[in-house]
Ligand binder design. Structure first.
Ligand SMILES: C[S@@+](CC[C@H](N)C(=O)[O-])C[C@H]1O[C@@H](n2cnc3c(N)ncnc32)[C@H](O)[C@@H]1O
Length: 264
């Protein structure tokens, strides 16, 4: 197995406990669906769909929706969510770098805090644009590197072993200039907007613990530091200080970027 394949195999395991986050990511999903202008009858793909929060929101608008995610536990939960909600969505276990769909299959390709974890941005974006029809809309939500979650990625990078060569930081997707560069000449009409995820939490320590238990990259890092208690304690102290900077009245305020473009 090459280093990228190993990276994805580890990601698949570490994201398996993400489901409790759906209570929060479900609240931002309608922002992305609205920003992308999803409407009834469109063929929509939700990339790195997790438990299907964006997919189900789009399906409720009458779109024909497909969801794809690397992590089997989340795909299973997404199917369960669709059943509970009484909505039809076609969920697949799939890697964003190798989507199992024909060229031009979708009118809209979306990703909420998801495609940014595809290890190689050029491969990821080529694949998302390949399955989008000419004239179709690509739209995604990502974390700016200078704000809470982006800074968390930088903190993880400070404590974790370096990723394999060619793996880019997910935080880079939160920079509009980088988004423009990565979308390149394949698209026109690039637009941006910002919104805020309001994350209820009783204290910075509660937020730190919830993140450790449920956010794949943090879970993986904490496990890797198990035999280095001083380093683990330093990481935890830095996370709590970071949370405290965005914490007010039992809420962690997390502003994020939405990007949208039309495939040429
Ligand atoms: C932060 S979660 C977001 C999930 C969902 N979009 C949401 O808003 O709740 C990141 C997701 O990316 C998925 N993921 C990570 N690497 C992936 C890859 N190479 N291909 C497809 N999905 C991937 C994880 O399994 C996880 O569901």
């Amino acid at each position: 197995m090459d280093s990228i394949a190993k990276f994805k195999a580890a990601a698949r395991v570490s994201w398996s406990t993400f489901a409790p986050f759906e209570m929060i990511t479900g609240t931002t999903a309608p922002e992305l669906v609205r920003f992308a202008g999803v409407h009834a009858g469109q063929r929509v793909l939700d990339v790195a769909c997790g438990t299907g929060v964006v997919a189900l929101t789009a399906a409720r608008r009458g779109a024909h929706v497909t969801g794809a995610d690397l992590t089997p536990e989340l795909v299973e939960r997404a199917r369960e969510n669709a059943e509970i909600a009484g909505l039809e969505v076609d969920f697949h276990e799939a890697d964003v770098e190798a989507l199992p769909f024909d060229d031009g299959s979708f009118d809209v390709v979306l990703s909420q805090f998801g495609h940014m974890f595809g290890p190689r941005p050029d491969v990821t974006i080529d694949e998302m644009l390949r399955v989008l029809r000419p004239g179709g809309t690509i739209a995604f939500s990502t974390w700016p590197p200078e704000l809470y979650t982006g800074r968390m990625f930088l903190l993880i990078a400070k404590y974790a072993p370096p990723p394999p060569a060619g793996v880019s930081s997910p935080a880079a997707w939160g920079d509009p200039a980088m988004v423009r560069e990565r979308l390149g000449e394949a698209v026109r009409d690039v637009e941006f907007d910002r919104a805020c995820m309001r994350f209820p939490s009783l204290s910075p320590a509660h937020m730190r613990l919830f993140t450790e238990r449920n956010a794949g990259p943090v879970t993986k890092l904490v496990e890797s530091l198990a035999d280095q208690p001083e380093r683990l304690a330093a990481f935890r102290a830095e996370i709590e200080a970071l949370v405290a900077a965005y914490f007010r009245d039992n809420v962690v305020y997390q502003d994020y970027l939405m990007s949208r473009a039309t495939r040429r």
